[in-house]
Design a protein around this ligand. Structure first.
Ligand code: 13P
Length: 257
């Protein structure tokens, strides 16, 4: 059984005071439930890099993992403005979002670059959350499956099956991110199923069935239940709705029947 993962991507939002308040408000609601909730689901919060130390402090003793939104693939060196896997690890980070559509489309990240980052994450025992997703134009042109396959195989290039087993995938259709337009559970399940089929071909059935595939794109407290109840939707990667304690906590408590 794959444990569902509910992940917050705060993107470039909040300052240190607000970040601490938000974590405290989330913990006040979730901590008492973790004995039961924690058996079947995991929670992760990815703040902006500069807030990682503050959030790490606020998460002390909590059953909530700390994530980063991006990183460089080298361990150190002359890469002005960048942050490496060992630096993230030093602050208790366990997950790193890689290849988010905003990184791909605003900052020009390619599958080749993202693949280097995935390899660095694995080398340092960080869990990569590899994001894939088609634009509206690609969907309308009928290219969705090909785009997703290329991004998935590109991000996982040269990895062995036992390494692929450690990766989490996030399907985030670009047209659904921050737009209020969610993929329907049927649409999302179709793409998740296709991604898993590609993983089966690439890494074998056992590995593919263990890999979590999250859905992201306008997930809210209102629509999360119907999404994560689908067989291949193993959790959610949440932007806007993760910035309020009540909505994020409700998302974490999603009914998954
Ligand atoms: P929204 O939930 O704001 O649409 O963002 C989704 C996302 O990009 C999470 O990584």
């Amino acid at each position: 059984m794959r444990k569902k993962l509910f992940a917050a991507n705060w993107k470039m939002n909040l300052g240190p005071v607000q970040a601490r308040e938000l974590v405290r408000a989330i913990r006040a609601q979730l901590d008492p439930q973790f004995a039961t909730l924690g058996k079947e689901r995991e929670v992760m919060i990815a703040p902006p890099a500069i807030l990682i130390p503050a959030v790490q402090q606020e998460l002390a003793g909590a059953a909530i993992a700390l994530g980063a939104q991006n990183m460089h693939f080298e361990d150190q060196g002359a890469f002005t403005g960048e942050i490496s896997a060992p630096m993230l690890k030093a602050y208790g980070v366990t997950h790193v979002i890689l290849g988010h559509s905003e990184r791909r489309h605003i900052f020009g990240e390619t599958d080749e670059l993202i693949n280097k980052k995935v390899k660095s994450a694995l080398r340092h025992d960080l869990i990569p959350v590899l994001c894939v997703g088609e634009t509206l134009a690609q969907r309308e042109a009928g290219d969705t499956t090909q785009v997703l396959t290329n991004q998935l195989l590109g991000g996982l290039a040269e990895l062995e099956s036992h390494q692929i087993a450690k990766v989490t995938i996030a399907y985030e259709p670009v047209w659904a991110i921050g737009t209020g337009k969610t993929a329907t559970p049927e649409q999302a399940q179709r793409e998740h199923g296709a991604l898993r089929a590609t993983l089966i071909e690439r890494a074998g059935r056992a590995v593919a069935h263990g890999v979590r595939i999250l859905y992201g794109g306008s997930v809210t407290a209102e629509n999360v239940d119907s999404l994560v109840s689908r067989p291949d939707i193993d959790g959610a990667l949440v932007g806007g709705a993760s910035l309020k304690a009540d909505s994020f906590v409700r998302i974490v408590r999603a009914l998954t029947v």
